[in-house]
Design a binder for this molecule. Sequence first.
Ligand code: SAM
Length: 506
Amino acid sequence: MTDSNPADQPHRADRRHSADRPHNAGPRRPGGPGSGREQNRDARSGRAPRAGRPPSDPARQAAYEAIAAVHRDDAYANLVLSQILRESRLHGRDAAFATELTYGTLRTLGTLDLIIADAAGRDVARIDPPARDALRLGAYQLLFTRVPSHAAVNQTVDLVRSVAPGAAGFANAVMRGISETSLDDWLTKLAPDYAENPAANLAVVHNHPEWIIRSFAESLGGDMEDTARLLIEDNQPPTVHLCARPGRADAVDLADEVGGVPGAFSPYSVYLSGGAPGELAAIRDGRAHVQDEGSQLVAAALLAAPVEGQDDRWLDLCAGPGGKAGLLGSIAALRGAEVTAVEIADHRARLVEQATIGLPVTVLPTDGRTVGRDPDLPEEGFDRVLVDAPCTGLGSLRRRPESRWRRTPADLPPLTRLQRELLVAALRAVRPGGVVAYVTCSPHMVETQVTVSEGARRSGVEVDFVDARPLLPPGMPKLGPGPTVQLWPHRHGTDAMFLAVLRRTG
Ligand SMILES: C[S@@+](CC[C@H](N)C(=O)[O-])C[C@H]1O[C@@H](n2cnc3c(N)ncnc32)[C@H](O)[C@@H]1O
């Protein structure tokens, strides 16, 4: 089999343009090739063997192993991929290609599966996992990259031969079937009619589960065109943002130092153009940390809310891994305040400790709901409280390519219960006249507006909403009618952070 060195091919990053508009459904063609006879029912490990015939080039093999681990072990793509890249000693363009293949395949999974199912004439659930993941990787190369068709087909068949030997003929037929049709034509064929069901159409065209699209659309006031803009943005790798820690670094100087640019909104933010932020001296020596600009903005908003009287006892009720605690702690050091950072998970509490070394931050590895029962978390004991609540993370899908397919609506009830309980605890922890910022990195209305109004109602504490818009830097566009704020990737270049600020009045 030939390989035209596809790692050297420019990737089809412009693919988004052709997929950016709604497509109408066409007639489905009858089932494609693949009798399934060749399926190897024993090849379930998902890990390509390292001995014997090299099944495919190292970048594809690394991507395959990462994708298989995500599906087989519920691994996080970013963590498992960096481990695999390290073990395989892949660097430079090979590592970049493996990353593009892994993230792209995981992000577009729903649409790839529809296309594979059509070409195979059977649901993907009926294809053995190793062959299925190899086909997903192959279909992604065919439809979303500039890898030449013959290389994508041949490499995929070689890979299947090594991970599911009996399925090589089947994979060959499926890959050839997919390659006969362009992505646009596949989308036209498989996407439901936009006029009849816009969310279902956008789900296929823009690679998001329909329930997530509906939740985004609801938060965007039902505007489907705006929703489509968000989905397109969600499919782009996000720019890495740094937070220049106040008192330790200045954003403009840091931008010069790291070859980035100062951020658009947060006075602390720097946009990086690429590279490995972990290797930057500024990160290593604690002058900066990696943090989405939206996270910086909502943490700083808590501190911008006016508070009368004592103002040196701050509480971060959900602190792990410590991004916001790092920013709050840096400002606390300048203002003579102390931060108590609560985190229920021990390993994440340790991350908070590392993130706040040298800052006036005390880490409590405990449940934030123990306010009033834990002597370190007294009722009315704090002037400002941040509740950066555990949530579905639907606002940061750009960062975690697999998470959109992992999350389900069933995740919402336990999370929203926890969110409410933590907000109630925060409202008890803050003293009258103090402020609470409730934050999520999800724009789902149930996790935002519903949690805030229900939490406030059930707390038994008297509160007023503070208009959060003036607590953000002047000139920020499209902050809505208030008093809460919803940030968006396609409007602000940030994660979709939600912010509600409540003042305890009694
Ligand atoms: C959205 S994350 C917080 C992110 C963090 N503020 C930052 O900026 O790095 C939510 C955190 O809340 C923690 N958590 C969940 N339940 C908790 C509870 N009952 N008490 C305290 N922390 C909790 C989770 O382990 C998770 O680390």
